[in-house]
Design a protein around this ligand. Structure first.
Ligand SMILES: NC(=O)c1ccc[n+]([C@@H]2O[C@H](COP(=O)([O-])OP(=O)(O)OC[C@H]3O[C@@H](n4cnc5c(N)ncnc54)[C@H](O)[C@@H]3O)[C@@H](O)[C@H]2O)c1
Length: 250
């Protein structure tokens, strides 16, 4: 499957990330099929896409999304509790909860249902893609990669694109293309079996470990560390609390 052929994208799991991903894909012009487990969960996803703080309605109100683009995007998204609704998608993004066994199970389940030429990507926060793809057919492996969006998806620009030794060049180009067309800035990451967190979460976890070590050694308080990062590096928040644990005065 080449980038230019991708028209319809399935989103497996319509939670915090799945809803945001569906939103940006539809605004980018893709047809989107969201699958979740119950009508109540589907309704919650609709509310998050259309009505939430990061939803389309508010994006129009604050001038981030032109009204015409929103009205064109809305009918492009369909919802289903049935896995069979995903069978004709060209590209599938998995955003179910962060459990390796669950991701392995859902990919094995859909592998036999979805179009054999479709690209599969996981939005995992950090499990190696080769582990997630463990139970799919060998013919799907060249079509398998990762696409790590950041929350909230409509507002955060970054998307890590993760490739394994088996991900084909066409698949890598298609994943990059879908992310770029959705307005994202790409960071390329080689899958690293035995590690967790790709690039973004590994760097952040390392910084957080260092911040905790500084607190444990009595060198600085959590509040001082957060204040340093927010006012010395312009981070929007620190490690330790709401708005960096320093309240609203900043
Ligand atoms: N929340 C974040 O800040 C964030 C950021 C980046 C990446 N991620 C990753 O994105 C993924 C999803 O995280 P989330 O925060 O959106 O989780 P979430 O719990 O908000 O949403 C997951 C959704 O998947 C649904 N689901 C479970 N099993 C399913 C199945 N078999 N088929 C279809 N839907 C199913 C659940 O009902 C739920 O609605 C995780 O891998 C997470 O690590 C999360």
């Amino acid at each position: 499957m080449k980038f230019e052929q991708v028209q319809t994208i399935g989103v497996l799991g319509g939670g915090v990330m799945g809803g945001g991903i569906a939103h940006v894909l539809a605004v980018a012009g893709y047809n989107v099929v969201v699958r979740d487990l119950s009508d109540e969960l589907i309704q919650a996803t609709k509310d998050s896409i259309f009505e939430s703080r990061w939803g389309m309605k508010r994006a129009v109100e604050i001038g981030k999304l032109p009204f015409d683009r929103a009205t064109e995007a809305i009918p492009r998204i369909s919802f289903s509790t049935e896995l069979s609704a995903l069978k004709d998608v060209d590209f599938l993004i998995e955003a179910v909860p962060e459990r390796l066994d669950l991701k392995q199970k859902v990919f094995a389940e859909i592998d036999g249902i979805v179009n054999p030429d479709a690209i599969f990507v996981s939005n995992t926060s950090g499990f190696p893609i080769v582990d997630i793809a463990r139970d799919v057919s060998a013919s799907r492996l060249p079509l398998f990669g990762g696409m790590h969006f950041s929350n909230p998806v409509p507002s955060m620009k970054m998307c890590e694109v993760i490739y394994t030794p088996q991900t084909s060049p066409d698949t890598i180009e298609a994943i990059r293309g879908v992310a770029e067309r959705s307005g994202k800035v790409i960071c390329m990451v080689k899958d690293a079996p035995g590690s967790y967190g790709f690039l973004l979460n590994r760097v952040f976890a390392a910084a957080r470990r260092e911040a905790e070590a500084i607190v444990d050694a009595g060198i600085a308080t959590p509040e001082d560390i957060d204040r340093a990062m927010m006012t010395g590096r312009n981070w929007p928040a620190g490690f330790f609390g709401e708005r960096g644990g320093i309240g609203k005065q900043w």
